[in-house]
Ligand binder design. Structure first.
Ligand code: FVT
Ligand code: MG
Length: 325
């Protein structure tokens, strides 16, 4: 047989495969979400996320040093506050002495080079577990944006490099950008959760923060998973409003959205491989059905191939160990 091209030639040895590889995963691609809880010397495993812990700030700071030594350069922060601090205004979210604000300060003091991106949304502080203020059973957009602005400013004052609004209210990126500028936080960036879908893959995360919605669901603000044009609309608006980085969330089932946005927009895209994706992989690994290291690296490489500049993933630490070994 005379074939004019043989595609297998470029796959025939490890060396040629290495030379031809289009996507290379490194620890520079990762951001690790951290769950911080009140108290001291507390480390609680999240039952639906084996290997992932809620930790008090003292232990978190030890982990920050370890992460830095592994080559991880960014963390996304979430806090679990006690029920007595929750109300419908979410005011604990901008308490200057709050757990989040203390954590931002302490992490930046411990490893100043670590990029710190606190989550901006009211759900951990809301008695209703919703991302915004509730009135007559509805999540009120504009009053919530005012609250998110206060929250973002308090994060900037504490030393955050970026704020990461994950709430999906309309107009919050421009409101936050304006407030940051007016308060001279010119260098504090915004990583906007731009295309955040109303997803059942977030289940284990809500166990981690005890933040499941007390009524209804999040479909009046998060996106319908059947839509992709809507993601483009969201992205163009967020970029126009001043977002530095846009995010697509969840990750693996939404890579068509990532790929589409990557062709259309000029800002970096972050992809969040969410809790349910982590837990599915770990469950299969723990059954002996999938190879842990191989599936972690494959899933992250595919997210990067689709167009992610930054991957928010609970596998960041494990993946760094695998890549460094
Ligand atoms: N803002 C964070 C979430 O809404 C959930 C993420 C996850 O499921 O990992
Ligand atoms: Mg939006």
């Amino acid at each position: 047989m005379i074939l004019h091209s043989r595609n297998r030639r470029l796959r025939s040895s490890q060396s040629i495969r290495d030379l031809m590889r289009e996507t290379t995963l490194t620890t520079d691609d990762f951001m690790l979400p951290l769950f911080i809880t009140e108290g001291n010397n507390i480390k609680e495993e999240i039952s639906s996320m084996p290997g992932i812990y809620r930790q008090s700030l003292d232990l978190t700071l030890k982990e920050i040093k370890e992460l830095w030594s592994l080559g991880i350069k960014a963390v996304n922060l979430y806090v679990k506050v006690s029920d007595n601090l929750k109300d419908n205004t979410g005011k604990e979210a901008w308490n200057k002495e709050g757990l989040m604000q203390q954590a931002i300060k302490a992490i930046k003091d411990t490893v100043p080079e670590m990029i710190v991106m606190p989550d901006v949304a009211l759900d951990p502080y809301s008695i209703y577990g919703h991302d915004g203020i509730v009135k007559e059973g509805k999540i009120i957009n504009d009053e919530t944006v005012d609250a998110l602005v206060k929250m973002s400013l308090s994060h900037a004052e504490a030393g955050a490099d970026f704020v990461a609004p994950s709430d999906m209210m309309d107009g919050r990126v421009s409101a936050i950008r304006k407030a940051l500028e007016e308060n001279h936080f010119h260098d504090v960036g915004i990583m906007s959760y731009t295309a955040k879908y109303a997803s059942s893959y977030y289940g284990p995360f809500r166990d981690a923060l005890d933040s499941a919605p007390g009524f209804g669901d999040k479909k009046t603000y998060q996106m319908d998973y059947c839509n992709s044009k809507e993601a483009i609309n969201e992205a163009l608006k967020d970029i126009n409003e001043g977002a530095d980085i846009i995010m697509v969330k969840p990750g693996l089932p939404y890579l068509d959205i990532v790929s589409k946005l990557n062709e259309l927009v000029d800002v970096p895209i972050s992809v969040y491989q969410v809790s349910g994706e982590y837990s599915m992989i770990k469950a299969a690994v723990n059954q002996g059905w999938l190879d842990n290291n191989k599936v972690i690296i494959e899933s992250l490489s595919c997210i990067k191939r689709a167009g992610a500049s930054l991957i928010t993933t609970y596998f960041a630490k494990e993946a760094a160990r695998i890549l460094n070994s």
